[in-house]
Every structure is written in C-alpha cells, then in structure tokens.
Ligand binder design. Sequence first.
Ligand SMILES: NC(=O)c1ccc[n+]([C@@H]2O[C@H](COP(=O)([O-])OP(=O)(O)OC[C@H]3O[C@@H](n4cnc5c(N)ncnc54)[C@H](OP(=O)(O)O)[C@@H]3O)[C@@H](O)[C@H]2O)c1
Length: 326
Amino acid sequence: MVKVVQTTGPGGIEVLTVASVKLDPPAAGEVLLRQTAVGVNLIDLYHRTATEGQYAIAHPAILGVEAAGVIEQVGPGVVDFSVGDRVAYCMVRGAYAQKRLIPASRLVKLPDFISDEQAAACMVKGITAYYLLHRIHAVRHGDTLLVHAAAGGVGQMLCRWAKHLGATVIGTVGSTDKLPIAQAAGCDHVVLHNQGDFAARVKELTAGRGVDAAYDSIGKDTFFRSLDCLRPLGLMVSYGQASGAVPPFDIGVLAQKGSVFLAKPTLATFVQDAAELRLLADGVFEAIRKGAIRVDIQRRANLDDVAAVHADLESRKPLGPIVIVP
Ligand SMILES: NC(=O)c1ccc[n+]([C@@H]2O[C@H](COP(=O)([O-])OP(=O)(O)OC[C@H]3O[C@@H](n4cnc5c(N)ncnc54)[C@H](OP(=O)(O)O)[C@@H]3O)[C@@H](O)[C@H]2O)c1
C-alpha cells in the first residue's frame, strides 16, 4: 500500500486526508515511480478549492502536479527509461504520494548536478519562467520588464533570470517584508502594487516610456493598471490570477493603451510534447548550473503536513521553495 494525500471533496484544508492506496503494475507506456521529493504550487490550492471553471477537478483526488524520484518498474513498451533512473515531471496531477504510476512521456531525466529536491521545486516554476522569458517574449539585453509578485516562487525566478539576460527589472510586492526578497532576487526597483498608483511609479521609473513587457500573475487587482505600464507596442503577459480572474473586457482597450499585445499562456501547453518538455527542463537545469536562477530549499515537510503547507501558502507569507519528502 502507498501513502497519499487526497481530498474528500472541494474545500478548505480540512478536505485533505492521508490515505493508503494500492497501485497496479505499470501499464503500457507507464512507469512506477518512487517519489523522493514533491513540489507545492498555487495550482494545488486551486485544484483543492475550485467548484467550477478551469481548475475544477473530480474528487476525491490526489493533488500535486510535480515531483522527482527513482523509477522502480517500467511497463511494456517503455524504451527510453530504465529501473533506477532519476527523473522528474510536472503538470501531471497525483504527486502527493510516496509512489505513483505515470506515463514515461511526461518524465525528464535528471543530471547529476540537480538534486531530487531542487528538481521537485523547479519543474513548474522554472519551466514557467523559462517559457515566459524565452518563448512568450524573447528577453533581450536592455529590455525593461515589470514582474508582479516578485518575491513569489515564479516571480523570484523571473527576476533573477531576466537580470541575468541583461534586462532592467521592476518588481512589485504586496507588503514591505517582501521588499528585500525581491531586491535579493535581482530587481532594480521594487514597488508596492497595493499602495498608491504602481503604474504612475513605473512610468516615472522608465522616464515616461513604459516597460517592454509586463508579467502579471495577480490578475483581477492589477491587470488594467499593468496595461498602463506598457510602452507602445509592448507586451502584456497575463499568466496567473492570484487575486481572481480578469473580467471580460473590450479588446479595443489594447489599441487605446498603445496597440499593445496580450498573451495568456499556460504551462500545460508547453509541456505536452515530450521533446519540448525535455528541452525546456534541460534549459532550466542549465540555468541553475550557471547560477542564472537558484533553488535553495527553505522548508521540508512530509505528507502529514500538507494541510499546514497549504495554509501557509494561502496566508501569502514569504516562504521560499518548499518540498514534501513523502
Ligand atoms: N501560466 C502558467 O503557466 C503558470 C505556471 C505556474 C504558476 N502560474 C501562476 O503564477 C503565479 C505565481 O505562482 P507561485 O506558485 O510562484 O505563487 P507565489 O507567487 O509564490 O504566490 C502568489 C503571490 O501572489 C500575490 N498575490 C497578490 N494578490 C493576491 C491575492 N489576492 N491572494 C493571494 N496572493 C496574491 C502574493 O504576493 P504579494 O504578497 O507580493 O502580492 C502571493 O505571494 C500564480 O498566479 C500561479 O497560478 C502560472
């Protein structure tokens, strides 16, 4: 039997329960993975709470979308992985478990210089930062960028990596205790997004020009003012909705704000194809090796502590990378 954390239904942290489940042998194309470290992401909280919309899932469900571990058994037809391989994955729900079955096509092999804990903490956030900075907008030396929630998980990676690529980074945070975290992550300027007019401050910091791209993970509370931060023909990247979904709006607004572009990307699109997933993951591992991004685990929990970890994430405390050691 395998220890897992599963929900009893959608709701608060009280729906998270520790249970034991029996696993079948791996089917064709699958492997049995013994998980050594599991990542925690905001999407886990959305899966736990949502009753409708894009994050609503069927319950009971095992939450968690990323982990690292060692292959214990391979199913028929698996040719590119062997027993004993160290691997990681992301965006495959069911990670809060000691062991799981998973399609081999969703796995990446880990290089020796990446620990299992680093891999479990960087697959979602690192690959997101990678595609946002290299595919959605190919950041160039001299670009000026706005990064909301700059002290957060994805936010810190975006800032540090963008700085490494030669950009000037204006970060925003929601409380003064996060100012030094955003500065340490490489921000040239840090602004409070919930006090005063952050768009006016961004215009001031860019001598009236505006930023080349705005990375907005906050959504409802910041979206329209983020559009005001862009230079003409700038790019708005709406990649999250921590404060709620952006309400429907007239696309004519994009013309009024200076013929700006809008992207609404999601990680799931970028990791469907096995070759592309492995390319992006290797890019993240290489960025860690070079020091362009860092994954310094701040907290280790076990499966019995998942509810407490969710409560801390909900509280918006500055946390740093957390892994569950199952
Ligand atoms: N599109 C994609 O491919 C993709 C992939 C991964 C993650 N994401 C999104 O990226 C964002 C960051 O993810 P993360 O895991 O790294 O989380 P995080 O940034 O560590 O946490 C979210 C942060 O959002 C800010 N925030 C502002 N208003 C908020 C509100 N009303 N409630 C809660 N938080 C609020 C808080 O920072 P302040 O206190 O500084 O405001 C909070 O710490 C999330 O929105 C997530 O859904 C998107």
